[in-house]
Design a protein around this ligand. Structure first.
Ligand code: ATP
Ligand code: MG
Length: 227
């Protein structure tokens, strides 16, 4: 998961969607998937054919979640691509936010708190995020989890508030600690150590060390697996 070091080839259907707008590859993931920005107004996520089903799953979750939380509006889809409207602002790992890690941390916590409090578990048609075992410990509180709550998946607006979340392909019902454990682990990766307290303060929860350790270990186990 990284920002592409060099410009990447633009597939024809992305160029067609862009028209005369500037196309920039902004993200390259572990599966070889690339996200293109169309002048910052829209995004097109393009996955290799063998992973195209992941985008179908993501589109279903986006369509459901948009009723309850700020997530991108789908503009069009096709085999192996998903075209969405931009959430306002920039990713929490944009260099401008990396320079303001406390603000970015609070926005990430805020986004997850809003999602967890707004999306109804009983109405959620999706199962548990793929990396969480069926025999997970009893939940502190079951919520609709983001499922991949790493820092880059929060978008932060000019007002320093969370403007929404992207990357919803693993959204599902789980203990809120699944999201909280992984989100706080990703603060270290993206901003360096020392921001967890800020996160928990904004989310308004005291850290549950046992559940944090459990979910981080499960996350790390699946990190090397093809998804
Ligand atoms: N609709 C959108 N609005 C704003 N930013 C977006 C949007 N869609 C994608 N992005 C940006 O593109 C990046 C990549 O998108 P996304 O996280 O969905 O791709 P991914 O390949 O699944 O990522 P990962 O490597 O985390 O699995 C995001 O981190 C975000 O910065
Ligand atoms: Mg992502």
């Amino acid at each position: 998961m990284t920002r592409p070091a060099e410009p990447l080839a633009v597939p024809k259907h992305v160029a067609d969607l862009a028209g005369d707008r500037e196309v920039t590859a902004v993200w390259l993931n572990d599966l070889g998937g690339v996200t293109f920005s169309l002048a910052g107004e829209e995004f097109v996520k393009v996955y290799p054919e063998q992973h195209a089903a992941l985008l179908v799953a993501e589109a279903e979750r986006m369509t459901w979640a948009i009723e309850y939380h700020s997530v991108p509006k789908i503009l069009s889809t096709g085999p192996g691509w998903l075209h969405t409207a931009a959430l306002p602002g920039r990713s929490a790992v944009d260099p401008d936010w990396i320079r303001r890690p406390r603000t970015a941390t609070r926005a990430i916590a805020q986004g997850l708190r809003l999602l967890h409090n707004a999306a109804p578990v009983e109405a959620c048609p999706f199962g548990t995020p793929s990396w969480i075992p069926a025999d997970a410990p009893p939940a502190d509180r079951l919520v609709v989890c983001h499922g991949d709550p790493c820092a880059p998946n929060t978008v932060v607006g000019e007002d320093a508030q969370c403007s929404g979340n992207v990357d919803l392909g693993d959204l599902g019902v789980a203990d809120r600690w699944a999201d909280l454990a992984v989100a706080t682990m990703s603060l270290d990766w993206n901003y360096g150590p020392g921001f967890e307290a800020e996160f928990f303060d904004e989310y308004e929860i005291d850290p549950d060390d046992e559940r944090i350790a459990y979910y981080r270990a499960r996350w790390e186990e699946q990190a090397g697996l093809p998804r």
